[in-house]
Design a protein. Sequence first.
Length: 81
Amino acid sequence: MENVTPENHIARIPVPLLLLHGENDRFVPPENMEILYAKANLDLTQKHLLTHCRHFNVIKDANCGVRIVAFFGDHLTQLSQ
């Protein structure tokens, strides 16, 4: 498991990265997002803790959609240049 754990590889991701997590997730604790963020390339990574969200309803949250659209809007044009 040590070879495939995301926290050991996240720093090598060479493109912008968006981390989203529900603050009430009972399956994966929000602290896991903080661990990943701390090891990521901070110049390329954004994180957002979505209030009142759990594990499976994050994508139904309006703030999640807004953040995803904004993230792609900001970064897709940069990647194609």
